[in-house]
Design a protein around this ligand. Structure first.
Ligand SMILES: [Zn+2]
Ligand SMILES: [Zn+2]
Length: 436
């Protein structure tokens, strides 16, 4: 009885709603039409690679838009061109402007003489491009805090002398003035050049609790205590890093690295450059943090990017957007070797991935390629849940190693450390899985 009565009211309400909707539409048709854009290509969920020709049509065909543009979100738009004599518009879109995986292709349009001057649409696609390995440094200082020289010197040195692919300066934010912060940002964006050098600004939050790098932060003023910093990170949408954690238990080292659910959305990285920092990495991972190992030199001298520690990552193209996105997805590794490429995947997913769908088995794939003759891999340490479970030994520059595991039910994480004959070490981001 009660149900029927409720349903009756619902029907009455929706009839009223339809009547309300119909009335203004009828009026609008007499005056100006509304217009819309519809995707022709690519299709929903289509796999896209390289440069694609995207095509849309506008409705009603009589509408004459002044401008249509297309792009992947904030990765930049390109103008579309009308196919002469039709209501179809086209553009060539570079899909390497975003990382591989699901992405949304947006179209924005402007038209005169219509009820809605602006309109937009999108299509979900899956981007799948070949990847290249890039190397950079995301922690260092200038005179603006306690280092040497100026941001323009640091970015130029990192690019021209160190040959970095990407570079982010991170002066202590407590020491940086507003004018200096403006110079840091302007310098970074002026030095940034797609395909050649990905430059972006950063700051180091510097407290006794620990130091944290904030990559491309929206401002230089941040709360002074850890809890408030962690709470401020998600709104600012910043990629952040636990700096020089020691073994993760002391002052300046994040004291036990207690898990913080909100901050786990933004603390994506930790400096892992020694056996001691490996302990902090494992402590944090066991506490539940989803972080990747990064290599940096934290230099305070005029030698940016040449001090024996770097971050390596795999990208479809070298742009600062791609570098920041890849750091945010933890697709990286720490390396003491300047150019050794390490690709670690689990069940086909890139290092740094949290695999949501439960799995039956775990297939680890490790590809190592050092372009220097004689720079040989000596061993791979394979870690499951913080414990080394295997250590195969090698003696080549180029190594491919796979391993299939059937861990017990529950959540697990895996990462690898590569040892080279010259004692250089490379530590990857983990992949997290749930075994059913
Ligand atoms: Zn520091
Ligand atoms: Zn520092």
């Amino acid at each position: 009885m009660h149900c029927t009565r409720v349903r009756g009211i619902a029907v009455a309400v929706s009839m009223a709603a339809i009547a309300l909707l119909l009335a203004p539409m009828a009026v609008a048709q007499d005056e100006k039409p509304t217009w819309s854009i519809e995707f022709v290509r690519p299709a929903i969920d289509e796999v896209v690679t390289g440069e694609i020709t995207a095509s849309v049509k506008v409705y009603p065909p009589s509408v004459d838009p002044t401008h249509l543009s297309i792009g992947f979100g904030d990765a930049g738009h390109v103008p579309m061109a009308r196919v002469p004599g039709t209501h179809y518009w086209r553009a060539t879109v570079d899909t390497t402007r975003v990382l591989n995986g699901p992405a949304a292709l947006h179209v924005y349009g402007m038209a005169p003489g219509v009820a809605n001057r602006r309109t937009a649409t999108l299509v979900d696609v899956r981007v799948d491009n070949p990847l290249e390995c890039y190397f950079g440094n995301i922690h260092s200082h200038t005179y603006y805090s306690d280092g040497c020289m100026l941001p323009s010197d640091a970015y130029a040195y990192a690019r021209d002398v160190a040959g970095m692919d990407f570079f982010c300066l991170t002066d202590h934010l407590e020491m940086v003035s507003e004018a200096e912060w403006r110079d840091i940002r302007e310098t970074a964006w002026r030095m940034n050049e797609d395909g050649k050098f990905a430059a972006f600004p950063g700051l180091e939050w510097t407290k006794r609790t620990g130091h944290a790098n904030l990559l491309d932060p929206p401002g230089r003023i941040w709360p002074p205590d850890m809890e408030s910093l962690f709470e401020a990170l998600p709104d600012a949408d910043v990629v952040a890093m636990f700096n020089h954690p020691g073994d993760g238990t002391g002052d300046w080292g994040w004291k036990g690295l207690p898990y913080h659910e909100g901050a786990d959305e933004n603390m994506h990285l930790m400096e892992v450059r020694s056996d001691q920092e490996l302990q902090a990495y494992i402590l944090a991972l066991n506490n539940g943090w989803h972080i990747a190992a990064a290599g940096t030199d934290d230099t305070h001298s005029p030698d940016w990017g040449t001090r024996g520690a770097w971050t390596g990552m795999w990208l479809p193209a070298l742009t600062s957007d791609n570098v920041i996105s890849a750091l945010g997805r933890r697709h990286c590794y720490s390396t003491n070797d300047r150019n050794c490429r390490v690709l670690f995947r689990v069940n086909g997913e890139m290092m740094g991935t949290v695999i949501d769908d439960p799995v039956r088995q775990v297939v680890l794939e490790i590809d190592i390629d050092d372009p220097d003759p004689g720079d040989k891999t000596s061993k791979i340490e394979i870690y499951q849940d913080g414990e080394m479970i295997d250590m195969p030994v090698f003696g080549q520059e180029k190594v491919r190693h796979t391993m299939t595991l059937r861990p017990e039910k529950g959540e697990h994480y895996f990462f690898v450390r590569v040892g080279q004959e010259d004692a250089n070490v490379l530590t990857t981001a983990p992949v997290w899985v749930t075994v059913e």
